[in-house]
Design a protein around this ligand. Structure first.
Ligand code: ZN
Length: 344
C-alpha cells in the first residue's frame, strides 16, 4: 500500500475509533435584565439570554407544587460562561439559576417572589446587530394587575343599619356541630358592612362584637328595642337589615327565606330583591319572601327586612353557614340586593 493511502486510511480509522463528541448547537453567551413598558402600559421584567446559533428548542416547566419557580429547559445547549447564580434586585424575581441538568440540556430557573404562573411569556428573538444582541431567549414576567373590584352602583351615600341577630347572653340557635347563630350573623354582617363601606355607604351596626345591644341579660323587648333604636334614632338611615339563621326541631328543615312587615311596601321590595340575590348566590331552597310581625321589622321607622340565611339546625346548611367562602357569597348577594333596592 503506498504510504499516501496508508495515512488516509489511518486517519479514517482514527476518526471511527475516536469518542463521538460533538459540540452543542448553542452556547450561552449573553445575559441582560431590564424593565420594559409594553404598549398596553403594563410593566414587564425582561430576562434576555443570548446564545450562539439559532432556532433553539426549549420547554417551559412550572411544577404545580412549586409555582414560584419558572424553569426553561434549552435543548442542545451548554451554559457557557454565564454565572450559575444571578441575584436579581426586582420585586418579582429573586434570582436566576443557570444549570446543566442533562447532556447538552441547560435549564434557566427563575425564582419568583410570588406565584406568577399566569404572568409570564417565553419566546426567542433574532439577533440584533445594531443593539449588539445575539439570537436570544426572552422571558418576560409581568407584574400582576391587582384586580380592583368594580364599584357597586347605587350604594354610595346611602345609610344602612345592619343588625346581626342575637349575641352576648343570647347565642341564638345552635347547630348540630355547635355553630352559633349569633356568630354566623355577626360574621356575615361584618362582611356586608365592609363591602357596603368600600362602595361609599355609611353603615351603623347594632353590634360589632359578641354582646347584648341593650345590656347583659336584657329582656327581649329591651334588647329588640335597643336594636331598632339604632336605626330609628339616626334620621339619615335609609334601610334596616337584620341577619339571622333559621332553626327547627327536625334537622331536615332547610332553605333560605326573607321577611318584611306586611304594611311596608318598601320593606317588601327590599326583602324581595335580597331574596332573589341570596337564592341565586347561595343555591339553597328558596322558601320565599314572607311577612311576619318580628319586632325589629315591625317597629323600624325605615324600610326593613329580616333575613334567615339558612337552617343552622340542618347539618349541611350549618357547614355552609360556617364556611368563609360561603359567607362571602352571601354577603355579596345581600349587598347586591341592597344596591338594586336603591337603584331600581
Ligand atoms: Zn335568630
Amino acid at each position: 500500500m503506498p504510504i499516501r493511502f496508508f495515512v488516509v486510511f489511518l486517519m479514517f480509522a482514527l476518526c471511527l475509533c475516536a469518542p463521538k463528541y460533538t459540540l452543542a448547537s448553542h452556547t450561552l453567551n449573553y445575559f441582560k435584565t431590564s424593565t420594559v413598558t409594553e404598549e398596553s402600559g403594563d410593566e414587564v421584567f425582561r430576562i434576555e439570554i443570548g446564545m450562539s446559533g439559532k432556532d433553539v428548542k426549549y420547554e417551559t416547566i412550572v411544577k404545580p407544587y412549586l409555582k414560584t419557580r419558572l424553569a426553561v429547559r434549552l435543548k442542545d445547549t451548554e451554559p457557557g460562561k454565564l454565572d450559575r447564580i444571578i441575584n436579581v434586585k426586582n420585586p418579582l424575581v429573586n434570582k436566576i439559576k443557570v444549570q446543566e441538568v442533562g447532556e447538552k440540556l441547560t435549564q434557566i430557573a427563575v425564582e419568583l417572589n410570588e406565584d406568577l404562573t399566569d404572568n409570564y411569556k417565553v419566546y426567542t428573538m433574532e439577533r440584533d446587530k445594531r443593539a449588539k444582541k445575539p439570537y436570544r431567549l426572552v422571558i418576560d414576567i409581568k407584574k400582576p394587575v391587582k384586580k380592583q373590584k368594580a364599584t357597586i352602583e347605587g350604594i354610595k351615600g346611602r345609610a344602612v343599619v345592619l343588625d346581626p341577630g342575637h349575641g352576648g347572653s343570647d347565642s341564638g340557635a345552635i347547630g348540630p356541630s355547635g355553630a352559633r347563630e349569633c356568630d354566623v350573623a355577626l360574621s356575615v354582617s361584618l362582611k356586608v358592612r365592609d363591602i357596603l363601606t368600600s362602595n361609599g355607604a355609611s353603615v351603623r351596626m347594632t353590634r360589632e362584637t359578641d354582646k347584648d345591644v341593650y345590656g347583659w341579660n336584657a329582656t327581649a323587648p329591651q334588647e329588640l328595642r335597643a336594636r331598632v333604636n339604632v336605626g330609628n334614632y339616626a334620621p339619615e338611615t335609609d334601610i334596616f337589615v337584620s341577619v339571622h339563621c333559621n332553626a327547627f326541631a327536625s334537622p331536615t328543615a332547610h332553605g333560605m327565606e326573607t321577611y318584611y312587615f306586611a304594611t311596608s311596601s318598601k320593606g317588601k321590595k327590599l326583602a324581595s330583591l335580597i331574596n332573589e340575590e341570596l337564592a341565586a348566590a347561595g343555591g339553597l331552597t328558596n322558601r320565599g319572601v314572607k311577612t311576619a310581625n318580628f319586632y325589629v321589622i315591625k317597629n323600624s321607622d325605615k324600610p326593613a327586612t329580616l333575613l334567615e340565611l339558612a337552617f343552622i339546625t340542618n347539618p349541611r346548611e350549618e357547614e355552609l353557614l360556617t364556611d368563609e367562602d360561603y359567607q362571602n357569597k352571601l354577603a355579596e348577594a345581600i349587598v347586591k340586593g341592597i344596591a338594586r333596592y336603591f337603584s331600581e
